[in-house]
Design a protein around this ligand. Structure first.
Ligand code: NOJ
Ligand code: CA
Length: 701
């Protein structure tokens, strides 16, 4: 017992028993036991109760409002075959941590980690002697818990059949959800009451190529964002997903309850563990201010510090790529198509464009053999990651890029054949280093090999983490597409710059597209776990430049695309459109050239999930600020006070905003660029078009 800050109260027991508990002694009493603990600012209260039969429940209140009603848990082990649900509490420990740390890159220069911890040591009441620890951390902005299986006599190698952790809710909240598909998170969000979640309908309406079998149950993914009738915002997710499957949530509409459902492996088991073992943290972030949800650093704080000591190779960056032209039908990945995009000459054009405009890197997709054979999926060995197509001169391009001070970003599409990628990893990374490359965009399109494994299962979770770790050893940065959604692991592997793991801008290029509200929901859901490679910056909204029959289009205005560089946080940002489309709007492209990708400070000025977000960020090591503001399909006026600026200083504001008649559907490329001088006392009112947004660069004078 480290201190007595935790308030332990045994409601129906004597102070003698309290003392015994505080000393960590084993206690048996027939009475119900209750333990209360509070966040440092006391706004969040955690209550733990043990019922007479030994079940443990927790509940959470925020300023006296119920967030989680008493909720219990149990573990079903498949080996040994038993149920852990009733316990004897053999020790209670508490500790208080208040520390700060500096991320290698991020939204803030310094992050405060301030929480109260409570650890219960539990022994199975069914005489197996199995010991389990239940750790709670209560922060000012939320609470988290995890289970630990310490080293012990009676349990070494074991198999988790189920972890059923409950989140009993206090109402039928408004919920922003996507189906609990074990293989993909690339869905549109649906907003309904919890009891109106209709997963099968959302899957039927989905036009993307998905791999999963339609769901018969109401299962949704995390981060799950909810809003109560009283205006409380609640976000449920997990932190530090290591050696464990991802957690999805099953909805019980009658009880208004959520229960964890772990993603199974090919034979139906959930996790293979060796004691000592820990589960990820189950996180509940809560506030009556939506802006505070977006500002939360709880998930990062629950992850381990950097496993990489020399982080000097890790650099936030902007990049262009031989990429959107494939979505536009101008070119193709496959060299036998007759319109190969990744040719030596074409890549040189991108290198020239990047070099001229101060863009750090060029992504090249379709450079390697295999694309002619990758369709159809579930094929064993499509790519070897080291053999360029004949019209792609790797040595010449390495030389050319180096001379122009531009990096080429490697592309490793595994086509889901992960065993094949595992075989090639070392060879592939050495090949990159030998050709002057230190960043990879990876991809896991299609069903996973080994067959029967899911993208979100333990085997794949271990794969993604192994890739980040191995790339760290090779001093390589990672941007993973189609992985499990992030859980703050970029703190531990700061070379893991971003992931896709949600429906990106690319869906506008080949499907019915993203709704205008999509980008106002992502920061409250997917991005709670870590940066997203959304690929913003599309300037020509219709994709019919090279194919007049192509009907797909981007569902935003042009200046909303600029705002996304600020509102969707990531230390790597693509300028995703083709150079020819940027060349038509070089005045607006100036914002992409100027915007920072690493920050000293972040202020979420206003936010409402599904409706709007306005964010201001201060560039790392500079006095300049950047603001992004976006709205959904509804026009609005954003009113922003510049009270975050340095007193006594003047700033030149360059405002990129929607023209009066702009509209994401009918007139998306109409914008205005204005300049004005502002200071700490300025309040700006800016009109935002339906599906629109604005971006501001504030340069200190
Ligand atoms: C899906 C990725 O999200 C996309 O960016 C990539 O171009 C294709 N897969 C091909 O790897
Ligand atoms: Ca809305």
């Amino acid at each position: 017992m480290n201190n007595f800050i935790v308030q332990l109260l045994f409601m129906k027991t004597s102070s003698f028993l309290i003392l015994l508990f505080l000393l960590g002694s084993a206690i048996s009493t027939s009475a119900q036991k209750t333990i209360h603990t509070y966040s440092p600012n006391k706004k969040i209260q955690l209550h733990i109760e043990q019922s007479v039969d030994g079940a443990i429940t927790y509940s959470i209140n925020y300023k006296e409002q119920a967030v989680i009603l008493p909720s219990t848990f149990n573990f079903k082990l498949n080996k040994p075959n038993l149920l852990l649900n009733k316990f004897t509490i053999t020790a209670i420990d508490s500790s208080r941590v208040n520390e700060s740390w500096k991320p290698v890159w991020g939204e803030l220069a310094t992050i405060q980690n301030n929480y109260q911890e409570l650890a219960l040591t539990l022994t199975d009441k069914n005489n197996t002697g199995i010991v389990l620890k239940l750790i709670y951390r209560v922060f000012d902005g939320g609470a988290a818990f995890r289970y630990e299986f310490p080293t012990q006599q009676n349990l070494k190698h074991f198999i988790i059949g189920d972890e059923l952790s409950q989140f009993n809710l206090a109402g039928n909240h408004k919920t922003f959800w996507i189906p609990g598909d074990f293989d993909t998170n690339e869905y549109r969000y649906t907003t309904t009451k919890l009891t109106e979640v209709d997963v099968a309908k959302a899957q039927q309406e989905e036009d993307a190529i998905l791999t999963a079998i339609p769901l018969a149950v109401s299962r949704v993914q995390t981060p799950l964002m909810m809003k109560t009738d009283k205006g409380l915002y609640i976000n449920i997710h997990e932190a530090a997903l290591v050696n464990y499957p991802a957690m999805h949530l099953l909805i019980d509409k009658e009880k208004l309850s959520l229960t964890t459902q772990l993603v199974p492996d090919a034979v139906g088991n959930k996790a293979y563990l060796i004691a000592p073992a820990k589960t990820p943290w189950r996180t509940i972030i809560v506030s009556d201010q939506a802006t505070e949800i977006l500002a939360s650093k709880m998930i990062l704080n629950l992850n381990e510090p950097s496993a990489i000591t020399n982080t000097s190779f890790i650099k936030p960056q902007k990049f262009v790529g031989v990429w959107w032209e494939m979505f536009n039908g101008k070119s193709a990945w496959d060299s036998t198509s007759g319109k190969h995009g990744a040719t030596t000459a074409n890549v040189k054009k991108y290198i020239d464009f990047a070099s001229k405009n101060g863009i750090d890197a060029v992504l090249v997709e379709g450079w390697n053999r295999g694309w002619e054979d990758w369709s159809g999926q579930w094929k064993e060995n499509v790519f070897d990651f080291i053999t360029p197509y004949g019209d792609y001169d790797m040595n010449e391009l390495s030389r050319y890029a180096k001379a122009k001070k531009v990096k080429i970003i490697m592309h490793h599409e595994t086509s889901g054949s992960v065993t094949n990628y595992e075989r090639y990893m070392d060879t592939a990374y050495r090949y990159m280093i030998n050709h002057g490359m230190n960043s990879v965009k990876s991809g896991y399109v299609g069903k996973i090999i080994p067959r029967g494994e899911y993208h979100d299962g333990q085997w794949m979770v271990n794969h993604y983490n192994r890739v980040a770790e191995k790339m760290g050893a090779y001093k390589i940065m990672l941007d993973a597409h189609e992985p499990v959604r992030p859980t703050g692991l970029s703190r531990t592997y700061p070379n893991w710059m971003a992931s896709e793991a949600a429906r990106g801008n690319e869906f506008n290029g080949f499907s019915r597209g993203n709704l205008p509200e999509h980008e106002t929901i992502l920061p409250f859901t997917r991005i709670m776990g870590g940066p997203m490679d959304y690929t913003p910056g599309i300037f020509r909204m219709k994709l019919d430049r090279y194919d007049r029959n192509k009907k797909n289009k981007v569902h935003t205005t042009l200046t909303k695309q600029l705002a996304l560089y600020v509102t969707l946080y990531s230390p790597i940002q693509m300028a995703a459109d083709m150079p020819e489309n940027y060349e038509a709007h070089m005045d607006a492209f100036q914002f992409i050239k100027d915007v920072a990708v690493d920050w000293d400070d972040t202020k979420i000025l206003e936010a409402e999930p599904g409706d709007y977000i306005t964010t201001a960020r201060k560039a790392k090591g500079k006095q300049d600020w950047f603001i992004g503001s976006i709205t959904d399909e509804n026009a609005r006026i954003a009113t922003l006070s510049m009270n975050f600026l340095t007193a006594g200083k003047k700033y030149e504001a360059t405002i990129y905003r929607d023209a009066i008649n702009a509209h994401y559907d009918s007139n998306p490329e109409a914008y205005l660029i204005e300049k004005q001088t502002v200071d700490i006392n300025t309040v700006l009112s800016i009109a935002v078009a339906p599906g629109g947004g604005f971006a501001i660069r504030l340069k200190q004078l």
